[in-house]
Design a protein around this ligand. Sequence first.
Ligand SMILES: *Cc1c(COP(=O)(O)O)cnc(C)c1O
Length: 250
Amino acid sequence: MNGKANTEQAALVALQQVHSRIDAACANSGREPASVTLLAVSKTFGADRLIALADQGQCAFGENYLQEALDKQQQIAHERPDLQLEWHFIGPIQSNKTRPLAECFSWIHSVERKKIANRLNEQRDDAAEPLNVCIQVNIDRSPSKSGCLPQDAAALASHIAGLPRLNLRGLMAIPDPSDDPADQQRAFAAVRELFNAVRQELGTTHPDQASLMDTLSMGMTADLEAAIAQGSTMVRVGTALFGARSKPAK
Ligand SMILES: *Cc1c(COP(=O)(O)O)cnc(C)c1O
């Protein structure tokens, strides 16, 4: 096989394996596989790898680094204008870089403070669909980690609910890694409980916005089964789809 055929074959196999894991995890908890969306996390991988996956039916891609993401978006739009990809930003946000985020993505999973939400709202084009956002929660309350503290999530949700060009879809979390499935489940259960509490509280002030909250963005290559058992609706998977990342995180 030539290189391109190899890339396509590898993409198909990896995608099937990840879907098998998702299907099995759903079966274990009596859920419909269609209730879990697969977000392909493509940071550090080139446009050719995303295109290979897109040709196998994957359409949602998550990126962590703004400039890298914009370069890939441009390259793919140029090479393959037929592909309609959905772009999700899942990395830390610098407040002076919100404009391209508001303009070039459908989803932002990593909103953790009001100022960022305000800027995204101001910079989202009136003519575009509202920007889908998740509040990133620092569920372990680790001082060094991104995300708002769990006790601040409801106030931030209520603030976002008042911003017309944002749709609050749910919560995102990256719990501390653990090899113990029981630990993994405990952390994800805490995110699910917080999600339910936030949605219920929002329902009293912004019922329309509360009814849009349908997303628990949690679970990665190492812990997607535990996340699905605890209600994840969107797993963010990189390594299992693309292989190990060789470049250090920027
Ligand atoms: C890199 C990354 C992922 C994917 O992690 P894998 O372990 O490679 O599946 C998911 N979510 C976020 C926020 C990431 O930065």
